[in-house]
Design a protein around this ligand. Structure first.
Ligand code: PMP
Length: 296
């Protein structure tokens, strides 16, 4: 935290801190995978995560005294210091480190911490979803393409509404009624052996898992992804539906808005992509080693 390695219990921000009072900050979510056979912990797309993190900081006028390379190095040191030899989720947070009440982003002190979290809570299998009554935040309100802390109120409202109504996650629409994404994940549709996913202009967060899936679908399965606006009804005509995200990885949506998706179980394209993704993150596919930072 702010240049020091300290125990999580003593890493605190005060009750008057703006980051707490107004949610002025940005986060990242990075995952590390332990490969037992290799006795190695691989951090997935570490530099890409930090490059996105620094872009987000710029949007909030947060200037940090670190480059992407510095942040990668600090993260590897942090994981080593904690002697992590298992799966891990890493949560960097940059924030306005000030106690004044003015909700200003500029001319402030900026803080950063990187916390280690167990990833177990996110082991999901097959989901049922509901289309949210909350629309996805849009570019001229709270930018959807950065992981701002305050933007997660949008996710939390949609997720909570879905869970209270008996589903396991939400699907956001845009103000124009197009499909956007899940509460903390991107969405793909498989139809007639083709992949479809909403574009940046439909207020998605441009996920790295989404990007990875688009790459491996093309290279490994010969499937191009159609990136374009999709109406809500495309959900109901889908053969397969799945979410992608660092935390949830690839998760099949088997029920949506009280309708069964495809056969009601994980479809063959989703299953194949899940398998490829898990081989890649575990360092079992040499062609994708460039995505991995070995810790040990
Ligand atoms: N959308 C939202 C709103 C998210 O919070 C996340 C998780 N970071 C994603 C999409 C997926 O992004 P990624 O694959 O980079 O984790």
């Amino acid at each position: 935290m702010n240049g020091e390695f300290i125990p999580a219990g003593t890493a605190v921000v005060g009750v008057k801190n703006k980051a707490l009072n107004y949610g002025l900050g940005v986060i990242e979510g990075i995952r590390g995978y332990w490969n037992d056979e290799h006795e190695q912990l691989y951090l997935f797309r570490l530099a890409d995560h930090y490059s996105r993190f620094l872009d987000a900081c710029r949007t909030l006028y947060i200037s940090l005294p670190y480059s992407v390379g510095d942040l990668c190095e600090i993260t590897v040191d942090l994981v080593k210091l904690n002697n992590i030899k298992g799966n891990i989720y890493i949560r960097p947070v940059a924030y306005i480190d000030e106690d004044s009440l003015r909700p200003s982003l500029v001319n402030g002190n900026y803080g950063i911490f990187i916390a280690l979290v167990e990833p177990g809570i996110y082991s999901l299998n097959e989901l049922s979803t509901l289309t949210s009554s909350w629309l996805r935040i849009s570019s001229n309100t709270i930018p959807p393409f950065i992981k701002s802390i305050s933007g997660y109120l949008n996710s939390a409202l949609a997720y909570s509404e879905a869970v209270l109504a008996g589903a396991e996650d939400a699907i956001f629409l845009t103000r124009d009624g197009n499909i956007s994404e899940g509460s903390t994940s991107n969405l793909f549709i498989v139809n007639n052996n083709r992949l479809f996913t909403p574009p940046a202009s439909d207020d998605i967060f441009p996920g790295l898992t989404r990007d990875t899936v688009i790459t491996i679908a093309k290279k490994e399965l010969g499937m191009e992804t159609d990136i374009g606006s999709l109406p809500k009804s495309a959900l109901y005509a889908a053969d397969e539906l799945f979410f992608t995200g660092t935390a949830i990885q690839l998760v099949s949506v088997v029920k949506t808005d009280h309708r069964t998706v495809g056969t009601g179980t994980t479809g063959p394209v989703t299953a194949r992509l899940q398998q490829l993704y898990s081989q890649i993150v575990l360092g079992e596919t040499s062609a994708y080693r460039r995505y991995l930072t070995p810790v040990w």
